[in-house]
Structures are given as structure tokens and as C-alpha cells.
Ligand binder design. Structure first.
Ligand code: UD1
Ligand code: MG
Length: 459
């Protein structure tokens, strides 16, 4: 049977008290509308439509691929929102409606509801739940003896007795396509001036059509994240699911409750993650790594067998067997080649540490290339910024940079060269030579008075 899915995401969400549309608030680093559209996409519908309105461009950019967007100019309610999708929807057997503020829904559940709806041949099927607190949701009215679903009554229109009903509407519906579209026009404006999609239940019943309900076992799947308190509940549930998924895939989480893994992150097996660690954005961690405690890795690529301890790694790459920390900061464009080491209190920005290069204690490498096996002494700093422009530093393979060296860029230290402790290097240092002092001079070798050095313009 052919399926159209309509995701409603046009509302502002006033109870969020926010400039952002409600559906753009994130769970595990991803806008909630994206979870709804991903769940929809998993069913491989013939047609996936998202209804946008408030700050439509933002929502469009977050919803993902393969979507037809329709605009609801004025947010006149969920019934009106679905109506906007009619032309784009074309013809199908079944129309499944989801809400963009219900991102915890699982594709398996959607499949079950659609399957049940099609099997029964109902005009309308509503997905219901029994949450601990039904406040705020539409209540399901059933006939006293037969259990037949009669109507849905919104919280604001419910009598005290109706409010005591603990079965609520998730907002997720299946409709028989040919029944839905003409009947949407029969929804009457509510006293609050909205066209409620939920009214279709009573309309179908009045026509003697079959209306069924499918009750989801886990009410958390269908909580509507309308306010920040619910958003936090949704966040906790989404993170719990993500963590369970990674543990099942072979990742050790020492303390899952304080391990925060975003939805887009990928982790290899036999990696161990210590508490208070945040893996964010588009981050990939290899196998056999030890990450944390108390680390943040954002939009970075970390190879196999790496270690990151008490450190922040952002937009950086660590090749296999490299390590950072404790108390390191890899900033944008930092690149640690295989086996490179950055120890205590280091910072690297837009710079590469070559294979096996070491920077054990304190120090800053900015706009620099450190070649294989070089050793950067404690407190070494690239003076990469002259107040106007950034300049590059190159340190050759196997060079030995003495503690507290200031490398005034642009400057090049040759392969195997040495700088003395505390030297301020303003000129290039030839390969294999030794430079020392302030500003650093290259020490003459036995067969030469003063080695030739290339002057650098530091203006
Ligand atoms: C809705 C249901 C309620 C159900 C609850 C489940 C109605 C009338 N009520 O209430 O029965 O228990 O969801 O979470 O349907 N939207 C639009 N255009 C509009 C209005 C809303 O696109 O004109 C979108 C919103 O962006 C949102 C979704 O539809 O994603 C649901 O709207 P919302 O205002 O959250 O409805 P609820 O009050 O939660
Ligand atoms: Mg809602």
C-alpha cells in the first residue's frame, strides 16, 4: 500500500518562550524536527511532506533530504496545517500525520500503527498513550462498554471528568487517504479560533466510519516537547537511548549518566569513555581509545587507540596512537599525526604535529608545521601574530626545541636543529645547527665563522 507522511512543523511554540521555532530546539545536538523526519523516512513513504510556517527557512534547512515542503502562512491549527499538504500529497492509500514536536517516536512503532490501520481498514487510527500525567494532551473518549473511540477532547475544552481520563492522543494519526481530504474541510473552528485535526475522530464516528486506536507501550515515545521542562525529559531519554546503542555496539561507558553523546557521533568498539565527557557534532572516534574523564570532543576525527584526558578537542584530527592531555586544547585545524603527543597544558591551532612529535608540557603551536619526531620543550610558543597578520612556523624533523623558546614567525627551524633554552628565534635556523640567546644567534661550527642565515622580514 502506498504511504504519504505529513510532518507538522509550522508552529512557533509559545510555551518555549523562545525566538527559535519549537521544532528547532535540539535533542542530543540535533533539531527535534530532524528526528521526526528521520523516523518518517525510515518507513520509506512514497511522499514525505513537511508543513513549515514560523521561521520556515530554519526548519527547511534542518529537516533533511527528500522532502516536499509546503507553507502554512497562518498557523490556524493542526487540521488547517494538514490541509496545506493536500496538493503536494497527491494520491496514496494511507496518510500518516506526525508532529515535529514529538521526536522520540520510533520507526517500529509507526510501522505497527500503519500496519494495524491498514489491516483494520479504518478511516482513522489514532496513536494513544497513558502517561503518568495527562495534563496538556487531548483526551481519548471511548464508549462505556465497547471501548470504541468516540472523540478526542482538547485539554482546554475538557470537563473535569474528561480531564481525569488518562488515555491521551499522541497527535499521530493514520487516515484513509480518500476519506481524509474531503473531511478536513468539515472541521469547524474551535472557540480558540483553531481547526483541530483531532476533530476528525468525531466526524468519522458520526459517519459510521471505523475509528481505531493503537496504544503505545512506552508513553515517553510520544511526549510532545512543548516547554523546556519536557525538552529536558526528551533530552534525557534521547541520550539514554544513544548510550544504550553504543554500549550494545561494544563501547564501554564507565558512567552513562554523565556521558553525553550527540546523535551524529560515531564510536569504534572497545573504546572506553570515562565520566563527564561530551562527544559533540560530527565527531568520529576510532576503536580502542580512552576518552575522558572530563573531556569535550567536538566536530573532530579521532583515530584508533588514541587517548584524550581532561581536554578539549575541537575541529581537530588525531591520527591513531596519538594522545592529548591532561589539560590540553586542540583547536580548529589541529592535526596530530600517528603517535604524536601533546601533554599537560598544551594548545594547538591550525598546526600539525608530525608522526611521533612530542610537546610534553605547556606551550602553544599556532599556524605551524612540526615535522616527524621533533621535540618541543616545555613552554615553547609560536609567536604567530604580529598584531595584524598570522605567520607560519616550520620545525624540521627531529629538531630539538629548548624549553621556553619563542619562535617569532615567520620562521623555519631546520631538520635536526637545536634551540637553547629561553632563546628568542627571529631568524631561520639551518638544519643541524644550534641557536641560542636573545635574539637567538646560530653558534658557529668548527669550520665556519658564522653560518649563513636567511634574514626574515618581521615587519
Ligand atoms: C496536539 C493535539 C493534542 C495532542 C498533542 C500531542 C491538536 C488540536 N491537539 O496538541 O490532541 O494530545 O498534540 O502532543 O491537534 N502545528 C502546525 N500548524 C499549526 C499548529 C500546529 O504546523 O497551525 C504543528 C506544531 O508545530 C507542532 C504540531 O503541529 O509540531 C502540534 O501542535 P501543538 O501546538 O504542539 O499542539 P498541542 O497543543 O501539543
Ligand atoms: Mg505539542
Amino acid at each position: 500500500m502506498s504511504l504519504t507522511i505529513v510532518v507538522l512543523a509550522a508552529g512557533q511554540g509559545v510555551r518555549m518562550n523562545s525566538d527559535l521555532p519549537k521544532v528547532m530546539h535540539a535533542l542530543a545536538g540535533r533539531p527535534m524536527v530532524r528526528f521526526a523526519t528521520d523516523a518518517a523516512r525510515a518507513l520509506e513513504p512514497e511522499n514525505l511532506i513537511v508543513v513549515v510556517g514560523y521561521r520556515a527557512d530554519l526548519v527547511r534547512s534542518a529537516a533533511g533530504e527528500g522532502i516536499t515542503f509546503v507553507t502554512q502562512e497562518e498557523q490556524l491549527g493542526t487540521g488547517h496545517a494538514v490541509q496545506q499538504a493536500q496538493i503536494a500529497a497527491g494520491k496514496a492509500d494511507t496518510v500518516l500525520v506526525l508532529y515535529g514536536d514529538t521526536p522520540l517516536i520510533r520507526p517500529e512503532t509507526l510501522r505497527q500503527v500503519v500496519g494495524h490501520h491498514e489491516e483494520v481498514g479504518a478511516a482513522v487510527t489514532v496513536l494513544t498513550s497513558r502517561p503518568a500525567d495527562p495534563t496538556g494532551y487531548g483526551r481519548i473518549l471511548r464508549a462505556a462498554h465497547t471501548d470504541t473511540v468516540l472523540a478526542i477532547v482538547e485539554e482546554r475544552d475538557a470537563t473535569p471528568q474528561q480531564k481525569a481520563i488518562d488515555e491521551v492522543s499522541s497527535g499521530i494519526f493514520c487516515f484513509r487517504d480518500e476519506w481524509l481530504w474531503p473531511n478536513l474541510e468539515d472541521i469547524e473552528k474551535s472557540p480558540a479560533g483553531e481547526y483541530y485535526l483531532t476533530d476528525l475522530v468525531a466526524i468519522a464516528r458520526a459517519q459510521g466510519e471505523t475509528v481505531t486506536a493503537w496504544t503505545v507501550a512506552d508513553p515517553l515515545e510520544v511526549i510532545g516537547l512543548d516547554q523546556r521542562i519536557k525538552l529536558a525529559q526528551g533530552e534525557a531519554e534521547m541520550r539514554r537511548r544513544i548510550n544504550l546503542g553504543w554500549m550494545a555496539a561494544g563501547v564501554t561507558l564507565i558512567h552513562p549518566e554523565t556521558t553525553y553523546i550527540d546523535a551524529g557521533v560515531v564510536i569504534g568498539s572497545d573504546t572506553t569513555i570515562w565520566p563527564n565527557t561530551y562527544l559533540q557534532g560530527q565527531t568520529r572516534i576510532g576503536q580502542g581509545c580512552t576518552i575522558g574523564p572530563s573531556s569535550v570532543i567536538r566536530d573532530s576525527d579521532v583515530g584508533n587507540r588514541c587517548r584524550v584526558e581532561l581536554s578539549v578537542v575541537e575541529q581537530a584530527t588525531m591520527e591513531e596512537d596519538s594522545d592529548v592531555g591532561p589539560f590540553g586544547h586542540l583547536r580548529s585545524g589541529a592535526y596530530l599525526a600517528k603517535g604524536a603527543h601533546m601533554g599537560n597544558f598544551g594548545e594547538i591551532k591550525n598546526a600539525t604535529l608530525g608522526p611521533g612529535a612530542k610537546m610534553g608540557h605547556f606551550g602553544y603551536m599556532g599556524d605551524a608545521t612540526v615535522e616527524a619526531g621533533a621535540n618541543i620543550g616545555a613552554g615553547t610558543i609560536t609567536c604567530n601574530y604580529d598584531g595584524k597578520r598570522k605567520h607560519r612556523t616550520t620545525i624540521g624533523a627531529q629538531a630539538f626545541i629548548g624549553s621556553g623558546t619563542m619562535l617569532v614567525a615567520p620562521v623555519e627551524i631546520g631538520e635536526g636543529a637545536t634551540t637553547g633554552a629561553g632563546s628568542v628565534v627571529t631568524r631561520d635556523v639551518p638544519a643541524g645547527s644550534v641557536a641560542y640567546g636573545v635574539p637567538a644567534k646560530v653558534r658557529p661550527t668548527a669550520d665556519e665563522e658564522e653560518p649563513e642565515v636567511k634574514d626574515r622580514d618581521h615587519g
